[in-house]
Design a protein around this ligand. Structure first.
Ligand code: FAD
Length: 468
């Protein structure tokens, strides 16, 4: 049995754990190790290359939505070439009655689009004058209908939520899933008024970095995680760690045992940072507080099937857009399609196209039961009419399955966030991170990863205090 001592143990080498490791490695005197269950780093972020296509297996694009991710990109620019998405293809199409329509980008287009009802188009003029909501547990669907109308819910918010959360706006609670939106209404009384006022407010220097531009890297998103792995120091990582078991240890913080290639290892550490999915926590945290652990571990996840479909020679409609989203009301098995080769260079051979097609979501979990052949049959039946291709003969088909893709920030989030704080209070040095809290997007993951590193360096509690 091997026994070592570290200041910090990080569990999980997805983008959150990698960011924490990167920042800990910058503090040259902080000893740490990252324990990862699988045989690769990156978590759900993986990029594949085949036959001239560069495709994503997990997330496809990120948004520069926090100052932390912008700063990280500045720091690693010599090692990782970040790409901004092609500005000329920013249109998002929404399917209504079998026709694609662009999501309006301004008030004038908003008045002429067939996506929204006449009543809602004129009703939106009254949005700044509507009273703010008083129910902190209001779902996103309720909030949108109250402030903007049902057709905005059906043909703007619902497809957006399918694209981001693979979720249902009636399940997500605004305060937890979209805290900035919730605060906009609470602090400014309205979305429109709040957005205008915020535009005129003086921004702090680091907030100016939040461009909200869409990014990937020259090597796909795997290029980002590989860079973090390299800069965090490969020697700090142990892959294929099985049966990780964390127990409190009165004098030293925590005792962590795990198996790697039939050898049992023991690490004694002052701090433990978990970045694993919620449902893994019960397996690794061997604590007495079963009630709190249950609250932290139980989260509903949106399932996703993602298919990378590549064509060496594209002969369908022009792919001069970000992609297309299909609202639930259209009742089709496909959630949306991203035109990856239009967004970033080198995704497909010249003249070809690479698409990412999404199926499943919280309302269609049964799709996950289908075989690859059945999934391909669905795509084959739908894509030609959606993208006006006469035939469907792709040169690349990759099907990726995520039973637990995205955690849904529903009503139970309040208890979950409370329980993570409570467990950290019971066990100083324990930090429960990962996308079960603080946001699901990569920008939020990087922000949390940096805060986790800062917190074990400064021994402060990382999370901005939340009111429960
Ligand atoms: C299909 C899909 C599409 C997405 N699309 C987007 C998008 O377009 N844009 C965007 O910003 N975000 C997107 N997301 C969300 C975003 O990618 C994730 O929230 C983020 O990558 C999660 O990073 P993480 O490090 O917190 O967790 P993970 O990536 O889940 O990493 C956790 C790591 O912990 C390891 N682990 C698990 N259990 C154990 C254990 N017991 N012991 C040790 N290690 C363990 C796992 O193997 C994994 O490596 C998408 C997610 C999915 C699944």
């Amino acid at each position: 049995m091997n026994q070592t001592k570290k200041e910090t143990v990080i569990i999980g080498a997805g983008i959150t754990g990698l960011t924490t490791a990167y920042y800990l490695n910058k503090k040259k005197d902080h000893s740490f190790i990252v324990l990862e269950k699988s045989d690769h780093i990156g978590g759900v972020i993986r990029t594949g290359r085949e036959r001239g296509f560069l495709y994503e297996e997990g997330p496809n694009t990120g948004v520069i939505g926090t100052p932390e991710i912008a700063s990280l990109f500045e720091e690693i620019q010599d090692n990782c070439r970040v790409l901004e998405a092609n500005k000329n293809v920013s249109k998002r199409h929404i399917l209504k009655n079998k026709q694609w329509h662009s999501l309006p980008s301004g008030p004038l287009k908003g008045l002429t689009t067939p996506l929204f009802s006449l009543k809602d188009k004129f009703g939106i003029l009254g949005e700044p004058f509507r009273k703010p909501g008083s129910n902190p547990d209001e779902s996103l669907a309720e909030l949108v209908v109250r402030r903007m109308g049902k057709s905005f819910l059906d043909y703007a918010i619902d497809p957006f939520i399918l694209g981001v959360y693979a979720g249902d706006p009636a399940y997500l609670i605004t305060k937890y899933a979209f805290p900035k939106l919730y605060n906009l209404e609470q602090n400014y009384g309205s979305f429109i008024g709040g957005a205008i006022k915020k535009n005129f407010e003086k921004k702090q220097e680091h907030d100016k970095k939040v461009t909200r531009k869409v990014f990937s890297t020259e090597d796909g998103l795997g290029g980002l995680t590989n860079t973090l792995y390299k800069l965090a120091g490969n020697k700090h990582f142990a892959l294929e760690c099985k049966d990780i078991n964390i127990t409190p240890n009165d004098h030293t913080g925590f005792r962590i045992t795990f198996k790697q290639k039939n050898t049992t290892h023991v690490v004694v550490a002052k701090n433990v940072i978990t970045t694993v999915p919620a449902y893994e926590l019960n397996n690794i945290l061997n604590f007495d507080e079963k009630d709190l652990l249950e609250k932290v571990s139980k989260v509903r996840y949106g399932p996703v099937i993602q298919a990378a479909i590549g064509f060496r020679k594209w002969q369908g409609r022009s792919l001069d857009a970000f992609g297309g989203l299909i609202p639930s009301r259209e009742n089709l098995p496909i959630l949306g399609i991203l035109f990856m080769s239009s967004l970033f260079r080198n995704r497909a051979p010249l003249g070809g196209a690479l698409l990412s097609v999404f199926l499943g979501g919280i309302r269609n979990p049964d799709v996950l039961e289908k075989s690859d052949a059945e999934i391909i049959a669905i795509i084959k039946e739908m894509l030609p009419s959606l993208l006006k291709t006469e035939s469907f003969n792709p040169d690349l088909i990759k099907i990726m399955r995520y039973k637990n893709a995205i955690p849904q920030y529903g009503l139970d989030s309040k208890d979950r966030f409370y329980a993570t704080e409570k467990l950290s209070e019971c066990y100083p040095g324990l930090h429960i991170g990962g996308n079960l809290r603080d946001g699901i997007g990569m920008a939020d993951r990087v922000k949390q990863g940096k805060y986790l590193a800062d917190s074990v360096n400064s021994k402060k509690n990382i999370h901005e205090k939340q009111s429960f």
